[in-house]
Design a protein around this ligand. Structure first.
Ligand code: CP3
Length: 342
C-alpha cells in the first residue's frame, strides 16, 4: 500500500486524519502567486509557461504541506486547443469566441490536434512528477463537457448558463455535437496528463447543478461515465474524482453510475447527508464553505471540525466546497489545516 494519504482515501481507506488540499490552492490569495503571475505577464502565459506553472503549483505545497498538488492550468485551455479564441478580462473573467451553429462547430480543429497547444501543460505535469515530495499526490484535471460547453456557447461565464440551455433547446444537434467533441478532447487531454505522470484526475462539472432530471443524466452523468470508463480502460487503476457541483439529490448514485472513485461535494449539502447517502458508495471530498477562508475565526474552526467528525466513518478527503477566493486570508488556511490535523 502507498504512503500517499490521498491515494489511500481514493482506494477506500478510512483514516483518522483525512488528507487535505484546496480547490484553487494556487491562486491570487497568495502573494507568491501574484508575484509569479506578474513575472509571466498574464494568467494564460502563466498556464503555458511550464517552469512558472510548476513553481505556482508547488507554492501552496511548500507553504502549507497539503497532501495533494493540483496541476496549474485551466479548464478553458481545451476550447482554446480546439481552436476557440480565449482571453481573460481583468476583474471580469474569461472571454471566448462563441459556438452556436454547425458552421462555427465546423471551424474547430480536430481532436487529434489539441496536443500541439497543450504540450506545455504535459511538460508541467512531467516537471511536477519529478519535483514533488514522495508523499504528495499529483492531481491532473479537466472541465466536464457540459461546463466547458457553457463557456464555449456563451463566450463567457453566465449566472444561469442561459445561452447553453437555449442552444440545447433550439439546436440540439449542434449542442450534442459540441458536447461530443469536448468529450473526445477531454479523454485525450486527461489521458496525456496521466501518461505524463498525473496520479489522479479530477473532472470539474461546476455548472452541473443547472441541469435537471433527464438532462442531468444525459449531459452531466453520461459524459462523465464515458470519460471515466475510457480513462480506466487505457490506464487501469487510475483514480478519478468527479465534481458535479450543486447536483443535490443527483449526487446520490453518481459514483456508482459513472465509475468515479470519489465524489467532490459543494457546501450546499450537509456532511451528515453526504455520510449517509454518498460515503457508502465511494470516497467523498469536501466541503467547507470557501467564505470561511475570508472570515476565519471560531466559526471556521468549528465547521472544519464538524465536517471531519461527520465524515470520519468512511473515506474522506478534506477540501472546500468550491475554490478559495482572492480575498481569503492565507493565515486562515493554516488554521484550517491545524484544526484538521491537530
Ligand atoms: O485549483 C487549482 O489551484 C488549479 C488550477 C485551476 C484554475 N482553474 C486556475 C485559475 C483549476 C482547477 C481551475 C478550474 C476552473 N477554471 C473551473 C472549474 C472549477 C470552478 O472554479 O468552478 C472553471 C469554471 C474555470 C474557468 C475560469 N478560470 C474562470 C471562470 C476564471 C475567472 C474567475 C476567476 O476566479 O478569476 C478563471 C481564471 C483562473 N483559473 C484563475 C486561476 C488561478 C485566476 C486567474 C488569475 O490569476 O487572474
Amino acid at each position: 500500500m502507498t504512503d500517499k494519504k490521498i491515494l489511500r482515501a481514493l482506494a477506500g481507506e478510512t483514516q483518522d486524519v483525512p488528507p487535505v488540499w484546496m480547490m484553487r490552492q494556487a491562486g491570487r490569495y497568495l502573494p507568491e502567486y501574484r508575484a509569479t503571475r506578474a513575472k509571466a505577464g498574464d494568467f494564460l502565459s502563466l498556464c503555458y509557461n511550464s517552469d512558472l506553472a510548476t513553481e505556482v503549483t508547488l507554492q501552496p505545497i511548500r507553504r502549507y504541506g497539503f497532501d495533494a498538488a493540483i496541476l496549474f492550468a485551466d479548464i478553458l485551455l481545451v476550447p482554446q486547443a480546439l481552436g476557440a479564441d480565449l482571453w481573460f478580462v481583468t476583474g471580469e473573467g474569461p472571454r471566448l469566441s462563441t459556438i452556436n451553429s454547425q458552421a462555427e462547430l465546423d471551424q474547430l480543429r480536430p481532436v487529434a490536434d489539441i496536443h500541439e497547444t497543450l504540450n506545455p501543460i504535459y511538460q508541467t505535469v512531467r516537471n511536477l512528477s519529478q519535483e514533488l515530495p514522495g508523499d504528495i499526490t499529483l492531481i491532473g484535471f479537466a472541465g466536464a463537457p457540459w461546463t466547458v460547453a457553457t463557456y464555449m456557447i456563451a463566450g463567457r461565464g453566465t449566472p444561469d448558463q442561459g445561452p447553453a440551455h437555449a442552444l440545447r433547446q433550439e439546436n440540439k444537434a449542434v449542442f450534442e455535437a459540441l458536447l461530443e467533441r469536448i468529450t473526445e478532447a477531454t479523454i485525450e487531454y486527461l489521458s496525456a496528463q496521466i501518461a505524463a505522470g498525473a496520479e489522479v484526475v479530477k473532472v470539474f462539472d461546476s455548472w452541473a447543478g443547472s441541469l435537471k432530471g433527464e438532462d442531468f443524466d444525459k449531459y452531466a452523468r453520461d459524459p462523465a461515465a464515458r470519460i471515466i470508463t475510457e480513462l480506466k480502460r487505457r490506464h487501469p487503476g487510475i483514480p478519478v474524482i468527479a465534481f458535479p457541483r450543486q447536483a443535490g439529490e443527483k449526487y446520490i448514485g453518481y459514483a456508482r453510475e459513472t465509475g468515479a472513485d470519489c465524489v467532490a461535494v459543494d457546501e450546499t449539502v450537509s456532511p451528515e447527508w453526504v455520510a449517509e447517502h454518498l460515503q457508502p458508495d465511494s470516497c467523498v471530498q469536501g466541503n467547507l464553505k470557501s467564505s470561511h477562508m475570508v472570515t476565519g475565526g471560531d466559526a471556521m474552526i468549528a465547521e472544519t471540525r464538524h465536517i471531519v467528525e461527520a465524515l470520519r466513518g468512511g473515506p474522506h478527503i478534506f477540501n472546500l466546497g468550491h475554490g478559495i477566493t482572492p480575498d481569503a486570508d492565507p493565515d486562515n488556511v493554516q488554521r484550517m489545516i491545524d484544526a484538521i490535523r491537530g
